[in-house]
Design a protein. Structure first.
Length: 220
């Protein structure tokens, strides 16, 4: 299933959501402009989060908790994260207010990083991508708008249908896949790939933080 858009309009332009998407795209374009694969690898190791270094309380590793949220390993990695952020981020930005949404997004990214680091603290593979923070947005959306309809591409063999499903189904299935994939990955040697426990950590952070940060009145 691939969500296309939600049927849940907001009253304000999602400025912070758009800025986050633009920043991610700018960083990715910079990555594409690097002249060699070795420079790209060096860039990822410098600005990506390496769990082992964070566990050693390396001051630079603490900075990379934030910088790693804006790096991506390929076009599809970027596109999928930005698609989910665009579809679901505007509603959470509206529910929290723009400033609190920034805090929420960064804290979800921290929660995502800790989720993966605690599972595999000795890994020297850099973690990159906005998916942990975006997972927090999905958790918040599931809690606040479980009945909102989401237009979703559903693949049935050779056939593709566009149908409307409740967010509870779309995002509930998404987190189920992350949990099951994460459990299956336990004990496997870390050689890169999807950081499932970052997704889980971000999702759980979003569930908790949206309750704490949600504004009580829409005009706040």
């Amino acid at each position: 299933m691939i969500p296309i858009r939600d049927i849940n309009p907001t009253r304000r332009f999602p400025l912070v959501t758009v800025i986050l998407i633009v920043l991610n795209v700018i960083v990715f374009v910079f990555e594409l402009m690097l002249p060699s694969e070795s420079m790209l690898d060096s860039f990822a190791y410098t600005w990506g989060l390496v769990p082992y270094e964070l566990m050693q309380l390396d001051p630079w590793a603490i900075i990379t908790v934030f910088t790693s949220m804006f790096l991506h390993g390929g076009f599809m990695h970027l596109a999928s994260n930005m698609l989910y952020l665009w579809i679901f981020g505007d509603n959470i930005e509206f529910a929290l207010g723009s400033f609190r949404f920034i805090i929420f997004y960064l804290l979800c990214g921290i929660g995502a990083a800790l989720g993966q680091v605690l599972i595999n603290p000795s890994s020297t593979v850099p973690m990159i991508g906005a998916s942990g923070a975006v997972s927090g947005v999905l958790g918040a959306y599931l809690l606040l708008y479980p009945r909102a309809e989401v237009e979703t591409l559903v693949f049935l063999g050779y056939f593709v249908r566009l149908i409307r499903l409740p967010a509870l189904v779309v995002l509930g299935l998404w987190i189920f896949l992350q949990l099951s994939s994460g459990l299956l990955s336990l004990g496997m040697e870390a050689t890169g790939g999807v950081a499932f426990f970052a997704h889980i950590g971000g999702f759980l952070s979003g569930l908790a933080l949206v309750v704490l940060l949600r504004r009580r009145r829409w005009w706040e």
